[in-house]
Design a protein around this ligand. Structure first.
Ligand code: SF4
Length: 410
């Protein structure tokens, strides 16, 4: 029996898919995470934007084309939000963000379990990739005004420190890079009387480097930075969610910082990690965003000098506080997306080219037969002439040039 487990969403979804694949292997299934011919498909859906939700439905059409007789199991945020949209011929089971292991029991019928109050453990996932994603937290208490996730994933709940450490230790046997991930990673441990800094201290002996998933600026303070510095194995790459560079828009988004405070956090990190990469997410076209406040965001993004920006056109989500505000015209949003994306490309190039002639440590991921590629500690995609370096292992390289989507090493 072959089962394909397809992730439409974030890294947390990916960790869950890995756990389910591991459980399926234990049940004797052959598994794949690609859109290949299979007897069953498990689709872990995403609702973070309308586009993600549309893709989640679309992939069902795709798998039914590959094998019209297959059974499809739908789980995740989009089905938590609206299970009925997945009542499609061939879909055997629809659930939400809870009790995903029910898929392993191959239940049938449309049923959404209540969202749990406590961290729900799935079987520890096998690492199917060069870098290992370890989920440490679920849910979010922030209620940003545009975001539907707290309604679908529930409140913050953290995985026990010892469980995280034991999964990291076993992942470190197969990879030199572990990515800690959570819906609100910055809130890790607060419900358990610990915090992210404590987790990093406990992981300081790990024989692998640690990359932090998306962080909220508010988590950055002297105590947190001192944990990063003394751990010594955390990648100098910080993904700090900005969303807007305008204080007016940040307030309307219910984000709890100002642009000035965000800039102070970046400056503080740069005193300890001077060449670190700062990446971010920006929502373009929030309903109260004007041309002036968008320009403020553009200026702010340039001032910080992000090495990459995920540019998201605003997606209006029913049930959120911002929903009644409506949407800006599509052409205004797409024009702003274009302008911010052009700035993103310029800043990315600027940041990356500064590393030509430097040494970087790359965890090798894949090859096209000519070049092996992977990410450096500061999250630059690096291409290395293929010498059969082992996947998942770190190698030190000297950068000698650049190409459209990264750097080239010798
Ligand atoms: S921090 Fe904001 S954007 Fe992120 S999941 Fe929580 S509510 Fe959504």
């Amino acid at each position: 029996m072959k089962t394909a487990v397809i992730n439409i969403g974030c890294k947390v979804n990916q960790c869950e898919c890995d756990s389910l694949m591991t459980g399926l292997i234990a049940l004797g299934h052959e598994v794949s995470d690609e859109l290949v011919f299979a007897d069953n498909y498990v689709i872990n859906t995403c609702a973070v934007t309308k586009e993600a939700e549309r893709k989640s439905r679309q992939v069902i059409g795709k798998v039914k084309k590959i094998n019209p007789k297959a059974d499809v199991y739908v789980i995740g945020c989009a089905s938590e939000k609206n299970a009925e949209q997945f009542e499609i011929k061939g879909v055997r089971y629809v659930s939400g963000t809870a009790k995903k292991e029910a898929v392993l029991r191959m239940l049938s019928g449309v049923h959404v379990e209540p969202i749990p109050n406590e961290y729900e453990s799935l079987p520890v996932g096998t690492n199917f990739r060069a870098r290992a994603y370890v989920k440490v937290e679920d849910g979010c208490n922030n209620f940003c005004s545009y975001c539907v996730i707290p309604y679908l994933r529930g409140r913050c709940r953290s995985r026990a420190l010892d469980d995280v450490i034991s999964e990291c230790l076993s992942a470190a046997e197969t990879t030199d890079e572990i990515v800690l991930t959570g819906i609100n990673l910055s809130a890790y441990g607060l419900d358990l009387g610990t915090n992210l800094a404590e987790l990093l201290s406990r992981l300081s002996d790990l024989p692998a480097r640690i990359r932090l998933g998306s962080l909220e600026a508010n988590v950055i303070d002297e105590a947190f930075i001192s944990a990063l510095v003394s751990a010594g194995n955390v990648c100098p790459h910080f993904h700090l969610s900005l969303q807007s560079g305008s204080n007016e828009v940040l307030k309307a988004m219910n984000r709890h910082y100002t642009a000035e405070e965000f800039a102070e956090k970046v400056a503080l990190l740069r005193t300890y990690f001077p060449t670190a990469a700062f990446t971010t997410d920006v929502i373009v076209g929030f309903p109260t965003e004007t041309e002036e406040t968008f320009e403020e965001t553009m200026r702010f993004v340039r001032e910080i000098g992000f090495s990459n920006v995920h540019v998201f056109p605003y997606s209006r989500r029913a049930g959120t506080a911002a929903f009644p505000l409506g949407s800006l015209p599509d052409e205004v949003v797409s024009d702003r997306v274009k302008r911010l994306s052009a700035l993103r490309d310029e800043l990315k190039r600027e940041y990356e080219s500064a590393f030509i002639t430097s040494e970087l440590e790359v965890v090798v991921e894949s090859t096209d037969g000519v070049y092996q590629e992977g990410y450096s500690e500061n999250y630059i995609r690096v291409y290395i002439p293929d010498r059969d370096y082992p996947t998942g292992k770190k190698i030190k390289v000297t950068i000698e040039g650049e190409r459209a989507d990264g750097l080239v090493a010798r």
